[in-house]
Design a protein around this ligand. Structure first.
Ligand SMILES: C[S@@+](CC[C@H](N)C(=O)[O-])C[C@H]1O[C@@H](n2cnc3c(N)ncnc32)[C@H](O)[C@@H]1O
Length: 393
């Protein structure tokens, strides 16, 4: 035993001893951390995971990067702690979700902007989304969509618009009256129109009116409720130098050599999560072609194909990581725990030039069953995250 509750052992890998630490390094509670993180995204990790590495391996002003940023858990946590940030994801929804949260709005100004947008001339309905929305709600969503599109095209989109875009994207569909839609799957997983019709039939439900203005205000108040003056300042500082990229993680030329102090990331595992399909309504709202994203997202059918792709990513991470910097790379358990990816990840990291610092297995009693998208996350009553920590010499 090392520290209380932490077990230390080791494995042999290619003639080298790799330390393995097992214990509760960070909490698995659903709602731990700043409320600003409360944005749903498929397969996102808890903020306590990046927080652990950011606190331990970086100082204020250092650069923290996530090549598979998703909703931006790593970079939002880093920005809240005064770090500079770089986020990348092939899905443009990712930059909308993280960039929008770097400039915290004044609630009165937000209220006025929403009143202005929603008092516009009703947009003619061209979309068959009546299975999700009441016609007046849909009209409000369309007003927002048109406004945001025009502002973006004319180059006049400002921080308030970006905030509204981020919150509205998050409120489009969900399973409570806090969302714009009738009851459907959780917000990170929009179902098809046909499937929604079946859900409505089964539940004998019709979309009721949802007040878009009130719901955006409510969610905004919630997101910012635990931010103090200093964290707001950190966020706006991070906004001035933030780099939000929409590239393949293996080709991020915008990032300078040796410039990143810490990477904390969780890659797409094989083809288990349908990141493009699940985001189709969010893409529609943001005028993004979902089929284009589907082509770019890594959906490896086999472990070999996944390895080939991730090896390229590791070469890129080696290029951009500063000397003495770290990469914390989550390795999943796939095929219901039968395939563990850490030995593959170890091999790829070493091949790229990194040295292995340790393998960390964060185990905790699970509070909620999490056995989804083929990754078993609750074996023997525990949640576990497996992270390989690399260091660049
Ligand atoms: C497991 S999720 C990351 C979730 C993130 N840790 C969070 O907390 O939100 C993996 C992400 O990788 C993105 N992705 C898939 N293929 C990619 C690629 N080749 N390059 C960059 N991003 C990619 C997906 O769009 C998805 O957002």
């Amino acid at each position: 035993m090392q520290a209380a509750g932490i077990n230390r052992s080791s494995i042999q890998f290619k003639g080298k001893r790799v330390p393995v630490y097992t214990g509760s390094f960070w909490t698995s509670k659903q709602r731990e951390g700043h409320n600003l993180h409360e944005i749903a995204y498929r397969a996102c990790f808890k903020p306590s995971l990046p927080k652990y590495f950011i606190e331990k391996y970086t100082n204020e002003g250092d650069v923290v990067y996530d090549p598979f940023s998703g909703r931006g858990t790593t970079v939002i946590e880093a920005a809240l702690r005064g770090r500079r940030i770089i986020a990348n994801d092939v899905n443009p929804i990712s930059a909308i979700l993280s960039g929008g949260r770097l400039c915290i709005p004044e609630l009165q100004a937000l209220d006025r902007r929403l009143s202005h947008i929603l008092s516009g001339t009703p947009v003619k309905e061209r979309h068959t989304l009546s299975m999700f929305y009441h016609k007046h709600t849909l009209n409000e969503i369309l007003l927002l969509r048109e406004w945001l599109k025009k502002r973006k095209l004319s180059g006049t989109e400002d921080a308030l618009d970006r905030w509204i875009r981020m919150v509205a994207t998050n409120r489009l569909t969900g399973h409570s009256p806090g969302f714009f839609s009738v009851y459907t799957l959780p917000p990170n997983q929009a179902v098809s129109r046909e499937r929604q019709l079946l859900i409505n039939k089964k539940r004998n439900q019709k979309p009721e009116y949802r007040d878009v203005h009130a719901l955006i205000m409510k969610k905004s108040r919630n997101l910012i409720k635990d931010l103090d003056i200093s964290t707001k300042k950190y966020l706006s500082q991070a906004a001035t130098s933030a780099l939000l990229i929409n590239s393949d993680a293996a080709a991020t030329r915008q990032i300078k050599n040796n410039s990143v102090t810490l990477v904390v990331t969780s890659p797409p595992f094989l083809d288990v999560v349908q990141y493009a399909k699940d985001n189709w309504l969010r893409c529609w709202f943001n005028d993004i072609d979902v089929n284009e994203i589907a082509k770019r997202i890594t959906m490896s059918k086999t472990v070999d194909a996944w390895m080939q792709k991730m090896q390229q990513v590791f070469f890129e991470l080696y290029r951009i990581t500063a000397k003495g910097g770290h990469v914390a790379f989550e390795t999943g358990e796939i095929h219901y725990g039968k395939t563990r990816l850490e030995t593959i990840v170890l091999e790829m990291g070493l091949h790229a030039g990194f040295e292995v610092d340790r393998l960390m297995i964060n185990e905790q009693q699970f509070t909620k069953t999490a056995n989804i998208w083929g990754i078993r996350n609750n074996t023997h009553g525990t949640n576990s995250n497996r992270i390989v920590l690399f260091r660049k010499k």
